[in-house]
Design a protein around this ligand. Sequence first.
Ligand code: CMC
Length: 389
Amino acid sequence: MPHPSSNQKDTESGLAGIMAGHTNICSLDETLRYRGYAVSDLVQCSFEEIAHLLLWGDLPTATQLEAFTGRIQHAAQSIPQTVVCCFQGLAETSPQTSIMDVLRTGVSLLGQLECDNGPKESPRAHDLSQERMKAEQLLGQVPALLATWIDCLRGESPSRWPNKPLAPALLEKLCHTKASNIATTVFNTTLILYAEHEFNASTFVARTVTSTGSDMHSGVTAAIGTLKGPLHGGANEKVLHQLMDIGVPENIEPWLARKLNDHEVVMGFGHRIYKTGDIRADLLGDACHRLIYSDSTYEKHQKLEKLAYKLEQLLFEKKELRPNLDWPAARVYHALGLPINLFTPLFVVARVSGWTSHIIEQMGNNRLIRPLAKYVGQAPRPYVSIEDR
Ligand code: CMC
């Protein structure tokens, strides 16, 4: 018989509202801030400036930025041959595999090749700067893993990573052409807004792994597996499938009625913390609008935008639900011509900056993360030997 309290809805269900630690990296109090700066100001930066801010604690000077960008590019250009060979084999045997799995395997393999055993028990400043170097490497290696996998799928040997900042370089690799200024700017904005978000599920997992004394690559590998889920990073891919499913404006009402009736969630809406709106969705929603109405290149996406706008209005009317970041991000990536199965991997590319910053923060002031569980199982009962069961 189940324990009588198993039906009680605990206030801490899903750890909602529980303060689980301290951080210097990100705050959500009155608006979203990275290291004290409002994201609404930071969207004018390059992704590298933001990654530097998160990892090193401050926005870089021009000289620091040049060196930081160079180190990331160098890492992107130095994917070990063992990883390339492994990807070539996997591309032959399991080409349909989720790209999230490819990134998870890739990061794990990089950790093994580097013999990453984490910092010493009580890391000193010196050890933490070694960890920051590892983080910088991952910032370049993860997008390069993505590009390498795509080359392997096409049966081509990996082409050289361009000597450019991350947003234009990655867009060029994925689209095989030089992107326009507006496309690069909006893509860069998605990376900045995806970079960091306090104690979200994947970051919390990365910190938990780190708290056991494990290494950065293990933390990032576990975080990628966590981000894959549709209630977290996987939502951006589902958003587009959903819009495709609806197809035309006349289908919106019956489609939504069916979803709500079946108690299914609408992807790209709702948030554990933002109950009155997600600033990231507002900022990227505006950027998405600017992109799609910028010139005739994106004209064919205007229909989908109108459909999205209608669904957004109806969901607010019916459930007072507002969009989260995945809602505009999916539409931006689609308009840029990126295949749907790249959407969540792009979230990974950006969030590596947040994960590694949290891993280093955890290493610098560590205590094992080990919460309690409230027992709601069987009441104590006598043991029965196997012959008598
Ligand atoms: N569609 C329909 N109903 C919803 C949705 C949604 N997207 N989100 C919440 N609700 C309902 C929920 O069912 C509940 O209804 P009721 O009170 O009738 O049971 C009510 O709204 C309150 O929800 P909640 O318990 O406060 O939601 P939560 O904090 O447990 O879940 C969430 C947050 C993000 C998991 C959820 O909103 C969701 O599943 N959204 C869709 C998936 C999604 O877009 N995820 C991306 C999140 S943002 C990017 C990231 O961090 O990865």
